[in-house]
Each structure stands twice: as structure tokens, then as C-alpha cells.
Design a protein around this ligand. Structure first.
Ligand code: SF4
Length: 398
């Protein structure tokens, strides 16, 4: 499929909108009212530190709602106001935050249901309004909605669109896109749909496995067993790893994406030599600024003398999980929660350790002086962080 030609025709349609319906300043005001917090503002003004009795809270220098998320949420609210009587759907969560998604449900925005990863569009009719979330939608979904006569409100973050352009460039020049991401994540599914031949690698270990294969170690049967669900149909590792370009899910660990890029550059250099490297390796920087800022701030925060760390964000939020990974890598007692309600009045916390199910831990806040670090993912409103701080104040005041 010529995805670029499809996008051009979609963008010209009067049933497609990617700018929203309000002015950016009105948008900011509406969001400030709904999600911003005066407490967080005053802590920021105080060097990101708050002291209350035996409790000290240190906030990360950058955390919470990013520009792309703010824009997507505001566009979704504007859509409801612009179409007060139409049926409005969203192809997925607008962002990975339960309270924001619940708020949309209260505004009678319907979520397309999915079973085993397959979405059910059967309820969507001609004339319905469909919102595409910040992390985008697959080209097949866009095509289906367009052909069905829906009004499409596209809130895809421009940083995500930039990655789509990158994989389209790979496709145009017959390079295979190696995508650093989670193959089941909605953003990576969307990116893969714009790519031609692609392979998704989760982390540096998987990238190393691929690099070794390129250098002649390993066999194709094992390779395909490992990447069966993470590659384009008909992928042939012997043919499709001769010309490669790297792209990424925007919320992966920046340092890891960079390392993967350098690994493949070295690998292709070793295999093909410097004269023809450009015929075998393409690299574009597709790391999103907001992700980079929040990860750098987290690396500074974990250098502070902390007793524990609270990371707030949706459990399916990739950027939040990476913040938690940074805390874990330093051995800090760290808790990933999605809402403030996970902290109980009885000093328990119901949190999600990395790659495990939720567990309840007792004696969350220790006795005596306690220094707590806090950060949140790009989909978390400041109000949620404020509520966590209020809970900490209550627990520490007993
Ligand atoms: S994290 Fe980056 S790519 Fe994702 S919505 Fe925010 S600005 Fe856009």
C-alpha cells in the first residue's frame, strides 16, 4: 500500500481534521482548569522541594503531561463541544491515564472495544466522529474509518508522525526498518503499518541477537521463532537484514535507542566496510524531546539521597515504565502506581513491580524522617501528583 498517497488524500478530505477546533491559548486555559495544580506550581517555584514535618518531597525537574498529550486531550474535549449530538468514538485510550479516559467516558465518548488485540469497529457508522489518540492509529484503521464515511479527528502527536515519515523513507529506499519498541504497543503497531519490511526489537539484548545474525552467527529457524510476532509478513532474515534503518517507539529509553543505533552502524560497518555503509545503514533521530527531558530528570532525581520513590502513570504507559526501570536500576525502593488511590490510609501501597502483577505492600512510608522522590509519566496530570503528595502528608502526620 502507498501509505504516503493515502495520507495525502485523507488530509485533503473535509471529513478529516488534525488541528482541532479551538485556539491554542483557549486550549491551555481549559486544561489548566481541569488538570493543573497550584501545589505543584508552588513546589516547582521552591526548587522542586517541599518539606512538611518529617516528610521531604523532591519532585523531578521535568515530569507529567507533555505537549503532545496536552494537545490530544484538549482536542478530544473540543471535539465533544464541536459535535454535541453526534456519536463520538475513540480508537483506543486517548492517552494512558485512567482518570483522563474516565473523564471522556463521562462526556459520552465511546471506546472501540478490542479482544485479543482485534478491534471491533462494527458499531461505527457513517457520519460518526472518531478520534485517533496521541500515539496514532494504524493506516488500515484510518482507511476503514475513512471509507465508512466517519469524521476523523486525528490527535496523533507530531513526534509520532515524524517516526512514520522515517519508516516511509526506509520503505522508499528499500531499507528494512528496525523499530526499537514493544511490538504489541499501539504506537509501534501504527508505526509498523506505515513501514514496508520491518523488525521490532524490544531492547539491546534483542538488537545484539539480530546484529550477531547479520554477522553470520545463528540460524534462520531460531531467528524466526524468536521474532515471529515482531516482523512484517514474509520476513526473511537472510535477505531483509542487508539494508537496515533504525526507528523507535517515541517513549523508549533514549540511551538504549541510541546504543541500538550505534550497534547496527558498527555491525554494518564490519560487514560491508566504510565505502558502502550508506547503502546498508540509515539513521534518523526520532527520539521525542519530552521523553528525553523526563528521562534526564529521572537520572538526576535518582542521584538524590532518597528513601523511596513514587512513579505515577498508567500501567500500560511505556514512558512511565521506563522511569520505573531507571529507579530500579539504582536499587531505590520504588513504587509504580497509576492513581493516588493506590496509597491506603493504613500505610499500604498497591503497586506494580516491573513485569509483575499488582501487589500490596505494608509499611509503605517508614517511620522517622523520610525523603520521597516523585515523578510521573507524560500522560499524568499534575492533579494526580498533588493527590499523592496529600496522601504522603496525611500518612507522615500521624
Ligand atoms: S511523549 Fe513525546 S511523542 Fe508521546 S505524546 Fe508526548 S511529546 Fe508526543
Amino acid at each position: 500500500m502507498d501509505t504516503q498517497a493515502f495520507k495525502r488524500s485523507l488530509h485533503q478530505s473535509d471529513r478529516y481534521n488534525r488541528r482541532g477546533f479551538g485556539s491554542p491559548s483557549k486550549r491551555t486555559q481549559a486544561l489548566e482548569k481541569a488538570y493543573q495544580s497550584s501545589l505543584i506550581g508552588s513546589i516547582r517555584d521552591n526548587g522542586s522541594v517541599m518539606k512538611h514535618g518529617r516528610l521531604q518531597v523532591k519532585l523531578a525537574e521535568a515530569f507529567g503531561f507533555c505537549w503532545g498529550v496536552e494537545r490530544a486531550v484538549a482536542m478530544a474535549y473540543e471535539t465533544r463541544r464541536h459535535y454535541p449530538n453526534e456519536r463520538i468514538w475513540i480508537t483506543n485510550e486517548i492517552i494512558h491515564n485512567p482518570s483522563v479516559n474516565d473523564h471522556l467516558r463521562l462526556m459520552n465518548v465511546r471506546f472501540i472495544s478490542a479482544e485479543a488485540g482485534i478491534k471491533d469497529f462494527s458499531g461505527v457508522s457513517d457520519g460518526d466522529v472518531v478520534i485517533l489518540p496521541a500515539f496514532g492509529a494504524t493506516v488500515q484503521e484510518m482507511q476503514l474509518l475513512h471509507e465508512r464515511g466517519c469524521h476523523i479527528i486525528d490527535t496523533t502527536c507530531p513526534w509520532v508522525s515524524k517516526v512514520w515519515h522515517t519508516v516511509e523513507k526506509h520503505k522508499k529506499h528499500t531499507f528494512t526498518s528496525i523499530i526499537h519498541g514493544k511490538f504489541k504497543h499501539e504506537e509501534t503497531l501504527a508505526t509498523s503499518s506505515f513501514a514496508g519490511t520491518y523488525l521490532v526489537v524490544l531492547d539491546l539484548a534483542e538488537a545484539q541477537y539480530v546484529a550477531e545474525y547479520i554477522l553470520g552467527k545463528g540460524n534462520s529457524k531460531d531467528f524466526m521463532k524468536r521474532f515471529a510476532k515482531a516482523c512484517s509478513p514474509g520476513f526473511d532474515p537472510d535477505k531483509d537484514l542487508q539494508r537496515i534503518g533504525v526507528a523507535n517507539q517515541t517513549t523508549m529509553l533514549k540511551s538504549e535507542t541510541e546504543e541500538i543505533g550505534r550497534l547496527f552502524e558498527r555491525t554494518m560497518l564490519e560487514k560491508y566496510g566504510p565505502q558502502v555503509l550508506n547503502d546498508h545503514f540509515l539513521s534518523f533521530n526520532t527520539i521525542c524531546d519530552a521523553t528525553e527531558e523526563r528521562q534526564s530528570a529521572m537520572f538526576s532525581l535518582v542521584d538524590e539521597p532518597l528513601d523511596l520513590l513514587v512513579v505515577i502513570g498508567g500501567f500500560n504507559s511505556s514512558n512511565t515504565t521506563h522511569l520505573q526501570e531507571i529507579a530500579m536500576s539504582r536499587g531505590i525502593r520504588s513504587f509504580h502506581i497509576d492513581t493516588p488511590e493506590r496509597i491506603g490510609e493504613d500505610n499500604t501501597i498497591n503497586h506494580k513491580p516491573l513485569d509483575k502483577d499488582l501487589i500490596i505492600e505494608k509499611d509503605f512510608l517508614p517511620a522517622g524522617k523520610v525523603n520521597v522522590g516523585i515523578t510521573s509519566g507524560a500522560s499524568t496530570p499534575d492533579r494526580a501528583v498533588e493527590h499523592v503528595i496529600q496522601k504522603l502528608i496525611e500518612l507522615s502526620s500521624r
